[in-house]
Design a protein around this ligand. Structure first.
Ligand code: S3P
Length: 430
């Protein structure tokens, strides 16, 4: 397997950077652009492998999608133009493609089989299978349709009221998408609000949706119209450099045009609570999504305890936050984050293993981690475990390691951030 050696460079991060488009919003732009009639133009689309899986899924159903760099043009006849794919559809590593597409496929008038890479093949699909079956879906697969590969025989669906037992925007979105194809109304009631890009984007395409606190309702059989969408920078990608700047003394960076949707900014709240020097300026709103610039300057932080409602608002940021906590005096405690065990890897076990190999003191718990700082990080050989966010966490860790870090399987970073190493270099040029 490919390896890269990351040498200790000891250079602060400085300057300005725009990170690539948001992964969650890019997936949804392709989905709604395909469901809508007419032309949809998407700019700043994330060219990562995950989002390309969503493009390919719709292309295999006959939707016309042209894609060049970070621009995508979709020309669709709407759902009635979708055709039965002739081959099984491959979702690669993408959990978002899997959960959202299963919702749609359940209500389309044809048969599909879907499968994924070894990581996706292990991830739980019962969380989306169960509500879809309640709506009338016919789903089968390994372990009774709770694991990919899964076969879906599209059916007429009926709207339901669903209270998801797990806090998951993918599940909420998959059910709402099925609801768009179902008879009657579909309501999702969450205990804690998860990212709401599906709700926001449905409105941008002229759809009707009612949001009342944590309760979301859509009507079936709506007609959507193609539109123009500019994707905000991905705060989950920006997070790696924001934390990088908080790890290396002398750093000061500004990340421009980042999505600041409050359902995604939990990391910024936690960093503020830790005493970080952050300046966040909202500059505009596009398609209902707030966008702005984040400036961060190095400063020593305080250890805190993180639990409760902030967890889903920063669910993808725990690997990089755990790295930061290794450099903070005292005990950082993360609770209520059992969902981390169901990501691209079990992110509690993997983060604990990787950081401890590098020299940190991290203990995994059932639903989180306890990180004892400050521990000097030494270096060594560590594997991304096929998880893009772990690959980037390791690269940022190498900025403060005393010796070389060998990163096994660096290419996995292409799943969400193909130019990650180039962008990191830009911030290291003094
Ligand atoms: C996502 C939701 C989250 C997140 C994932 C993207 C989405 O997953 O971890 O990276 O786009 O809806 P869960 O819904 O499993 O929490």
């Amino acid at each position: 397997m490919k390896k890269v050696t990351l040498k200790p460079v000891n250079v602060p991060l400085t300057g300005n950077l725009s990170v690539p488009g948001d992964k969650s919003i890019s997936h949804r732009a392709i989905i709604f652009g395909s469901l809508a009639r007419g032309k949809t133009k998407i700019s700043n689309f994330l060219n990562g492998e995950d989002c390309l899986m969503t493009i390919k899924a719709f292309q295999s159903m006959g939707v016309k999608i042209d894609h060049k760099d970070d621009n995508v043009v979709i020309d669709s006849e709407g759902v009635t133009g979708f055709k039965e794919p002739l081959e099984p559809i491959y979702f690669g590593n993408s959990g978002t493609t899997a959960r959202l597409m299963l919702g749609l496929l359940a209500g389309l008038p044809f048969h599909t089989t879907v499968y994924g890479d070894p990581s996706l093949t292990k991830r739980p699909m019962d969380r989306i299978r169960d509500p879809l079956i309640e709506m009338g879906a016919k789903i089968d697969g390994r372990n009774n349709g709770s694991l990919l590969p899964i076969a879906v025989r599209g059916q007429s669906l009926t709207g339901i009221t669903f209270k998801p037992p797990v806090k998951s925007a993918q599940v909420k979105s998959g059910v709402l998408l099925a609801g768009l194809l179902a008879e009657g109304e579909t309501t999702v009631i969450e205990t804690t609000k998860t990212r709401d890009h599906t709700e926001t984007m449905l409105s941008a395409f002229g759809g009707e949706i009612t949001v009342n606190g944590n309760t979301v309702t859509v009507k079936g059989n709506q007609s959507l119209t193609g539109t123009e969408i500019e994707i905000p920078g991905d705060i989950s990608s920006a997070a790696f450099f924001i934390v990088g700047a908080l790890l290396v003394p002398g750093s000061q960076i500004t990340i421009k045009n980042v999505g600041l949707n409050p359902t995604r900014t939990g990391l910024l709240d936690v960093l503020n609570q830790m005493g970080a020097n952050l300046k966040i300026v909202e500059t505009r709103r596009i398609g209902g999504e707030p966008i702005g610039d984040i400036t961060v300057q190095y400063r020593e932080l305080n250890a805190i305890e993180i639990d409760g409602d902030v967890i889903p608002r920063m669910i993808d940021e725990f690997p990089i936050l755990a790295l930061l906590a290794t450099q903070i005096e005292g005990k950082t405690i993360i609770r209520d984050a059992e969902e981390l065990r169901h990501k691209e890897t079990d992110r509690i076990s993997s983060v604990v293993n990787i950081l401890n190999t590098l020299g940190a003191k991290v203990k995994g718990t059932d639903d989180g981690m306890i990180i004892e700082g400050k521990s000097p990080l030494i270096g060594g050989e560590v594997n991304s475990d096929g998880d893009h966010r772990l690959g980037m966490m390791i690269a940022i860790a190498s900025l403060i390691c005393q010796e070389d870090v060998t990163l096994v399987d660096p290419d996995v970073i292409n799943i969400s951030y193909p130019n990650f190493f180039d962008d990191l270099k830009k911030l290291q040029m003094i």
